[in-house]
Ligand binder design. Structure first.
Ligand code: T3D
Length: 263
């Protein structure tokens, strides 16, 4: 696959590495980049050799959200329908990351602003460089937080903190984000890629049940207790019929490490 605005490669360890690659614009997203992301994510979903995804950015930023110079934002003086960009690109993107039946690690290598911050929050495990920060920049330009931010943020850190971040647009340093439980872990800048890759490689060896666990956790945000325990029952039924469950039990009895194939 040949891309201009992203780098996409599949490592032999079952990890797909997807790198946003417009560093001079802090990896802000334009239409062409969105289309490439859609193609790459379709490949991640379809290719059984890919068992985990690592998302990161080139250069000093992770992603500065929407490219504010893109024609879809400034237009030609006519009133614009920004809902169209959300409908075509941002909603499908955060839904794809959240619902992907494979684990997604996000390595936030620098500033994550606007939709860029919320794209990171749609991923499963977020690791950030110590120098990185998050900013809900929307209020600074007269927009509403999007890309799932108003869903993810209050659920991760509570309404009081989410409101302050979204109404004030202040920078949230990575270390504070870790302390608040917004992200999984902060690591030294020079170790970020290596640590994130290690994590993704580990997840790429995980059993089929991991996809189901992800589904259960995603649905727990909106399910009642009764709905959630019913879901756990159904998913456990599925997991119990998987090849990986058989292998897990076999390996336990033989006192060896299991070798899961993701089925
Ligand atoms: O369709 C729709 O529009 C609806 C969807 C909206 C989703 C959204 O994401 S809205 C929010 C959009 N993003 C922002 O408002 C953030 C804008 N950027 C910033 O506030 C700052 O750049 C940062 C806080 C991210 C970083 O600041 P700093 O000082 O480290 O860097 P800088 O000098 O501002 O930026 C460096 C370069 O990146 C600069 O280009 P230049 O002057 O060196 O040629 C700057 O213009 C460019 N850049 C940064 N953000 C964007 C951008 N170019 C286009 N779009 C951007 N969002």
């Amino acid at each position: 696959m040949n891309f201009q605005h992203i780098l996409f490669s599949i490592c032999d360890s079952g990890v797909a590495l997807l790198c946003l690659n417009r560093p001079a614009q802090l990896n802000s997203l334009n239409e062409a980049m969105h289309l490439e992301l859609q193609q790459a994510l379709a490949e991640v979903i379809a290719n059984p050799a890919i068992r985990a995804l690592l998302l990161t950015g080139e250069g000093r930023g992770f992603c500065a959200g929407q490219d504010l110079f893109d024609g879809s934002v400034i237009g030609s003086g006519e009133p614009l329908d920004l809902g169209q960009t959300i409908e075509r690109f941002y909603n499908p993107l955060v839904s794809a990351l959240r619902d992907l039946p494979k684990p997604v690690v996000c390595a936030v290598n620098g500033v994550a602003a606007g939709a860029g911050a919320n794209i990171a929050l749609a991923c499963d495990l977020v690791v950030a460089a110590r120098s990185a920060y998050f900013v809900q920049a929307f209020c600074k330009i007269g927009l509403v937080p999007d890309a799932g931010g108003t869903f993810f943020l209050p659920r991760l850190i509570g309404t009081a903190r989410a409101k302050a971040l979204m109404l004030l647009g202040d920078k949230l340093p990575a270390e504070q984000a870790e302390q608040w439980g917004l992200i999984w872990r902060v690591v030294d800048d020079e170790l970020l890629r290596e640590e994130a890759l290690m994590l993704a490689r580990k997840l790429a060896k995980a059993p089929y049940s991991l996809a189901l666990t992800k589904q259960a956790l995603n649905q727990s945000a909106t399910n009642s207790f009764n709905e959630q325990v019913a879901l756990e029952r159904d998913l456990q039924r599925k997991a119990g019929q998987s090849e990986d469950f058989k292998e897990g039990i076999r390996a336990f009895m033989q006192k060896r490490e299991p070798k899961f194939n993701g089925r």
